[in-house]
Design a binder for this molecule. Structure first.
Ligand code: TXE
Length: 500
């Protein structure tokens, strides 16, 4: 019912600056449909001059509109209107999102777009619900905090769940009274451009929200360095996160938040509830978006008593997936975003096999009607030094390690560098809480895995998975500075007080 013809989708072909689609003039960048390899369009990259224009138009929109000074409820009203326009345009936006990404239409219609609208509503509600504090001080002193926005927030976002991850940044930043210049991945720009145009229709002052299309090296780098940017929020690889953090430090000591890579374990004890349901969860975490999800539960660590049954069921589940283009409703295994990513997955799997890993299912890339795909792959027989166990693969590849006792399970679940998320499966609440405490990760799911449609809970990693949260109230708070006003209020009274 939701399937669509990719040639019938009308797309916007330039950056969005100052409230309109604007000529940019850099070198041409091709945007390809990963499902069939077709060129969807060419953009002119946003150069450093365009970054200047976008940041200046954001600053001017803040000045002219008074966005940060108006009553927060007025900002909330605009954002609620924006959410209703997103609902109204759900089909068109879902198609734009699926066209050049790895997001199947069933997921963009059923999950991504509803969550995008909900994020706009959630942060609209936050706008006036988190006031400052008044402190207990000496009589005659009034000390309190006020929140102030940073000004212009630079947001840099990835290709894997493009629109939802971008909204998780621009919605709280705008609700907190900032302007935003967003650079989405150059591979997946379409839906976010349309959302920006809908924002202006909803009443977002023109220029307050700009979207620049370009590469990380040119557009992204110029944006992070720009002196008019007050805060940098980034989601992407750990390696690029390091560059972004260094550049932000060297060009103005700008605060940053980084949501980076992961290599998340699913720790399954013998007493896990409902093995059939668990097998579906593990398999879905592996195949959804073809594993191109930062919190993909890519390491199954399972206790011996339940291992054979669980692995057999996971294999049955992953064999049932249907590879296909993102515009077919029935697709459950979408393409890999690019040939480069497919090569990267292939290289890691080959290295893992060379180092002794055995393949229980899958193991190969394949082409399907011009798209690059990778078979859902389950690897076993590895220790924790194997590349497939250590590196973020960002593909549909699951490693399996079997353990005998609690300590061994916990030791296998630990990762030397990443700490994004983890799953723990057990009926024993004491064991669940104890292992959740032990595992160094920003999120631990117990007897479930993944975020579903949740916008309320904060998400973000520990260690080299980054710092700072997206989603929830924590994300709203990070886009506000705290100012303390300390007022001596008894001066006149003392001057006029009668002398003893
Ligand atoms: O990421 P990059 P890539 C991981 C995943 C994947 C690997 C590489 O393992 O296989 O990263 O993917 C912009 N200054 N994740 O190369 O480079 C870039 O244009 C400023 C996990 O696509 O990190 C894009 O908009 N910006 C991750 C964004 O950064 C720069 C999601 C992410 O690209 C830049 C994606 C620079 N110097 C990949 N260089 C997750 N946490 O979910 C690049 N960019």
């Amino acid at each position: 019912m939701n399937s669509f013809n990719p040639d019938s989708v009308s797309i916007d072909r330039s950056s969005f600056i100052g409230g309109e689609f604007a000529a940019t003039g850099g070198t041409a960048i091709g945007v390809f449909r990963p499902s069939d390899g077709h060129l969807a369009c060419e953009f002119r990259e946003a150069t450093a001059d365009c970054v200047d224009r976008a940041v200046e138009s954001a600053r001017s929109a803040l000045r002219v509109s008074g966005w940060s000074d108006i009553a927060p409820r007025q900002r909330a009203a605009v954002m609620r209107h924006w959410a209703s326009l997103v609902d109204e345009h759900r089909v068109e936006l879902a198609r734009l999102e699926s066209l050049c990404s790895s997001r199947p239409i069933a997921e963009t219609m059923g999950r991504d777009l509803p969550v995008v609208a909900e994020l706009l509503r959630f942060y609209a509600e936050c706008a006036d619900k988190s006031p400052g504090e008044v402190f207990d001080t000496a009589r005659g002193i009034l000390s309190f905090t006020q929140h102030e926005p940073y000004g212009v927030v630079a947001a840099i976002t990835p290709w894997n769940v493009p629109l939802l991850l971008a909204t998780a940044k621009f919605a709280p930043a705008l609700a907190a009274g900032n302007a935003v210049v967003l650079k989405p991945s150059e591979l997946t720009p379409f839906a976010i451009l349309r959302i920006a145009a809908l924002g202006v229709r909803a009443g977002v002052p023109p220029g307050l929200f700009n979207v620049l299309i370009g590469s990380g090296a040119i557009t992204g780098n110029a944006l992070v360095r720009h002196p008019g940017v007050g805060y940098v929020t980034f989601t992407g690889s750990t390696q690029t996160g390091v560059t972004v953090m260094c550049e932000a430090a060297q060009h103005g000591i700008k605060p940053v938040s980084l949501e980076l890579g992961g290599k998340s374990p699913q720790l399954v004890f013998d007493d896990a509830p409902d093995v059939a349901e668990l097998a579906s969860l593990v398999a879905a975490s592996l195949t959804r978006n073809s594993g191109q999800i930062c919190f993909c539960g890519s390491r199954l660590i399972v206790q011996r008593g339940i291992a054979d049954e669980l692995i057999a069921r996971v294999l049955d589940e992953v064999r049932a997936v249907q590879a296909g283009p993102t515009w077919h409703e029935a697709t459950t295994l979408p393409p890999i975003i690019s040939a480069d990513q497919a090569n990267r997955i292939d290289a890691i799997v080959k290295r893992a096999k060379d180092a002794g890993a055995q393949t229980l299912v899958g193991g190969k890339r394949f082409e399907h009607k011009g798209g690059q795909f990778f078979e859902p792959t389950v690897l076993t027989g590895m220790d924790s030094t194997n590349d497939a166990v250590r590196s973020e693969i960002f593909g549909p590849v699951l490693t399996v390690q079997v353990f005998d006792d609690y300590d061994e399970g916990l030791a296998l679940a630990a990762h030397p560098t990443y700490g994004l998320a983890a799953g723990v499966h057990t009926r024993d609440i004491d064991k669940a809480l104890a292992s959740a405490r032990e595992i160094e990760a920003g999120t631990v799911w117990v007897n479930t895995y993944g975020r579903g449609n949740d916008v309320v809970s904060p998400f973000g990693g520990f260690k080299q998975s980054g710092f700072g949260k997206d989603f929830g109230l924590a994300a709203f708070d990070k886009y506000r500075r705290i100012k303390n006003l300390y007022i001596r209020a008894d001066r006149d009274q003392r001057r006029t007080a009668p002398r003893a």
